[in-house]
Design a protein around this ligand. Structure first.
Ligand SMILES: [Fe+2]
Length: 365
């Protein structure tokens, strides 16, 4: 028996879809969870406010989600949801607000949980339903059961995972990605591609996740040259948003692998944006995977529109330069954290102890 696929999120796509969506199906009171900038700048927050107003839904806005949100911020958002007597949450933004909204929904329904007990405590009540509206094309969080949060207790990012955390609905409007600064658009695209590739080389890959991954690699991989040149039109933005959603569906089946495990300490300690942190190690994945599945690597390269691993490496570097170098001591620490990461051994190629250190040695000052 093989569990091929499970993903309960309804996905609605198209320009103006937020304005057309019937939010009243989820209740009469809600909390909007977002960050300080992109939800406003993209126009998504205004659209959500107008849509909620149309249905006379009472709402308040929690806009204090920072980049790489902490467990404490999510707890505060959960309390805000309780105070508002929210029946559902609308999450607007990139991966940070979307992930934070999931933990907030978890906290809101489970008063006994605290930032200290979130990861080990029992989930006694169903988290509030979430309507997720991404403003970046990368995270895929709108269709996953994961919330990746900054946990200072372990000095790293940590994933909260539960089938109860899938958003009920994802509303995808590529117009909201127009205001993204180019380096964020590039980094988030590499994150999405990374989800597809990590899933494709996962021990848990299934026929369905492979089909989704291949389509995602094609849609995102072929967009990389345009991203590198800063040329993004409406059609390309739509492709990236759908590709990113497909990447999310892939990891909802497979989880991520060592690229994410190694990227997390770069984000935690060096403040390198998540997608760019993945770009440091994504080419390594293909090089190592060559040792166990040349066919799969060649298919990946073909789908991405390149012929060799070197070409792939150059393309990724054109999109995300990865030019930050680290002190030897720090690089070795990141290698250690990466080696012990929760997803490090999920891939069909398990990096050896030496591999883990080699991946970081390239980036020593
Ligand atoms: Fe990611």
């Amino acid at each position: 028996m093989e569990n091929l696929f499970f993903n309960p999120t309804k996905v609605i796509f198209g320009r103006g879809c937020v304005g057309e969506y019937d939010f009243s199906a989820h209740g009469k009171r809600c909390l909007i969870v977002c960050g300080g900038k992109s939800a406003r700048l993209s126009g998504a927050l205004d659209d959500v406010r107008n849509a909620l107003g149309k249905f006379n839904i009472a709402f308040s806005v929690f806009d204090r989600v920072e980049q790489n949100p902490t467990v404490e911020t999510c707890h505060a958002a959960g309390e805000a949801a309780r105070e508002q007597k929210a029946e559902f949450i609308v999450a607007v933004g990139g991966g940070s607000p979307l992930d934070a909204s999931k933990a907030a929904a978890y906290f809101a329904a489970n008063v006994h949980l605290t930032p200290e007990t979130l990861y080990n405590g029992e989930c006694r009540a169903k988290p509030l339903p979430i309507v997720a509206i991404p403003t970046t094309a990368g995270t895929g969080s709108e269709v996953t059961q994961y919330a990746v949060l900054t946990n200072h207790r372990i000095s790293n990012k940590q994933t909260l995972k539960s089938p109860l955390l899938f958003p009920v609905t994802a509303l995808l409007d590529a117009e909201y990605t127009v205001t993204l600064p180019p380096h964020i658009a590039n980094a988030t695209a590499v994150d999405a591609l990374s989800h597809a590739i990590e899933g494709y080389f996962s021990k848990s890959a299934t026929t369905v996740s492979d089909a989704l991954a291949e389509k995602a690699m094609f849609m995102i991989g072929r967009a990389l040259p345009s991203l590198a040149e800063g040329r993004l039109d409406a059609a390309l933005r739509e492709r990236l948003l759908v590709g990113s959603m497909l990447g999310g569906m892939v990891i909802s089946v497979t989880g991520t692998s060592f690229v994410h495990s190694f990227g997390y300490p770069l984000t935690y300690y060096e403040n390198i944006p998540h997608g760019e942190a993945n770009a440091y190690f994504l080419p390594d994945l293909l090089n190592y995977a060559m040792r166990v599945s040349e066919n799969r690597v060649n298919r990946t390269l073909r789908l991405c529109g390149v012929k060799t691993c070197d070409e792939f490496f150059e393309l990724i570097r054109r999109v995300c330069p990865c030019d930050k170098l680290f002190e030897r001591e720090d690089a070795m620490k990141y290698a250690r954290v990466g080696e012990n990461g929760a997803s490090t051994r999920r891939g069909i190629y398990e990096p050896t102890h030496d591999d883990c250190y080699d991946m970081l040695r390239k980036y020593i000052k």
